[in-house]
Ligand binder design. Structure first.
Ligand code: GLN
Length: 190
């Protein structure tokens, strides 16, 4: 299995380090020609969703990736990645890939400083460390979206078919269980 990591902006190297640690083959997606390479799953890293979306369009990667996600390619999205997938963004007229039927609120989930660290349950794993950096949260979900994690009464982890999305940054902590859960779900499918 090969996992593609969107490497336009944000914390993509940290995801690659986790994949290295787990011995999972991966490639970086930086330009349209990278889409010709063979890959089975996608990681959308944290960073700045507006910039990532702009670069995806500039590099002519947006439509082909959207199509592949719609066709069922497994995706692990963290923070800005969650915003890229969400079908609705509060206070904005437009969304990005819109493949995940949830509404998100940007830069909204913060205790005091907007960035914090905690430990909380993720369905199917147990307690994991969670680092939030100017994180979004999920304010509404469609009924077929499974809620995986809730912190302070806010939804911070969801699954919809093959799309896993988290408001926090599992790649920044020394715990690989979020990635492992994702990888297990892919191998269970194939
Ligand atoms: N606030 C960022 C956004 O709106 C997301 C923050 C993050 O990825 N750490 O895209």
């Amino acid at each position: 299995m090969t996992v593609a990591v969107l490497a336009l902006q944000g914390a993509f190297i940290e995801h690659e380090q986790v994949l290295n640690h787990l011995g999972v083959e991966h490639i970086e997606l930086r330009q349209a020609s990278d889409l010709k390479k063979t890959f089975d799953a996608l990681i959308l890293p944290g960073g700045e969703s507006t910039v990532q979306s702009l670069l995806l369009h500039e590099q002519n990667m947006f439509e082909p990736l959207k199509k592949r996600i719609e066709d069922g390619m497994p995706v692990l999205a963290t923070c800005a990645g969650l915003i890229l997938l969400a079908s609705e963004i509060e206070g904005q007229e437009t969304s990005h890939f819109a493949t995940l039927p949830v509404k998100v609120r940007r830069n909204a989930y913060g205790r005091q400083l907007g960035s914090f660290h905690t430990e909380s349950e993720v369905k199917g794993i147990g307690k994991v460390p969670m680092t939030f950096i100017r994180a979004p949260y999920v304010s509404e979900t469609s009924p077929d979206v499974e809620v995986l994690a809730v912190v302070d009464n806010k939804i911070v982890g969801v699954r919809y078919n093959s799309q896993f999305a988290y408001a926090f940054h599992p790649e920044l902590d020394d715990n690989t269980q979020i990635h492992e859960l994702f990888l297990r779900s892919i191998s269970a499918k194939s």
